[in-house]
Design a protein around this ligand. Sequence first.
Ligand SMILES: [Zn+2]
Length: 348
Amino acid sequence: MATSIGSVKGSSQELRSRFGEDARQRRAAANILDPSEVRGDYDAGRMMETTLGGEARPITNEDLAAFRQNARTAGRRFKGGITVRQVVDLSLSKDRKRARTEIPSAVPASSRQVKGGALETRFMTSSSPQSKHARHQVIVEFVDFEGLVANGSLSPRKAARELARGSIRFDCTCEHHRYRRRYIATIGRYNAGRPETGYPKITNPDLSGVACKHVLRVMSEIEGGSAVQMFLARAIEKARGGGTAVQRTSQKSADRQAQKQDSRPMAANAQETGDRDFDRSRRALRKAAKAASATTTQPKRTAKGSRAAAALGGNAGARDKLLAAARDLGISPDQAAKLLAAAAKDQS
Ligand SMILES: [Zn+2]
């Protein structure tokens, strides 16, 4: 499938107009369940409905209590921000599958530093065949940018890798994100665009998932694509050189990247594992956990693992990933640290 990623020139204007239209429609919408209503200040005369439990019906007091509980849970889950790996790990399997099979490419189009010091990067993604839009755009803010620009002990490449593993915020132009995920992003405090305070009572009353297929497609490029790593390294280099982190990808480069991604046997691989992105890190850990449990020299391994954990100490994203994976697999954090450190060494 030879899809075009579209024109880079004009894409930022396109983004402004899409988000502008989104905000206009939001202001005009009458059927929004706002935070004070969720807290209990709800007038039953509003006759709003929810699909909580499966079918559309009028909202009750019990529903409001359930909404409050769901919002509390989501707020707690995302305390401290979110990382690229967490976006993938916490996403729904069906969304990851859509990302792999329906969105062939995701290319960084531009970057700039925003208020607060984060690096805002704009990605263009292809849209799915059934979409009314030719493409979508995903905004990712890399929160640790300023600190990594200042940290001269890391080369731009290494700093870029740290940047990609740290905290992010994001937003997408698609309806899925708008109606189902932006509210969760807002209470989780990882929304990069306008906040959404209206509870998704019809579209996502359970507050499930974190990311749409476009965002997930972008996450996989951030984690595994060398072009994105180079793009981030260049932003760091530019900012360190006393300039700004502003850059724009040329049309030629964008086309080349999209074509290269298109020709990857992505869907084929995905079918084989069922869920490639999600399985990748766990597969390696599972294998090593088995090998580790077959031997009995526990103390020495633990000491080594502690050193590996200490080496990862400066990277909150890696630490989170490690603890989550260890819990998941029933192995010790030390063992997981050792494995991740070895994997990181392989990559450098
Ligand atoms: Zn989207």
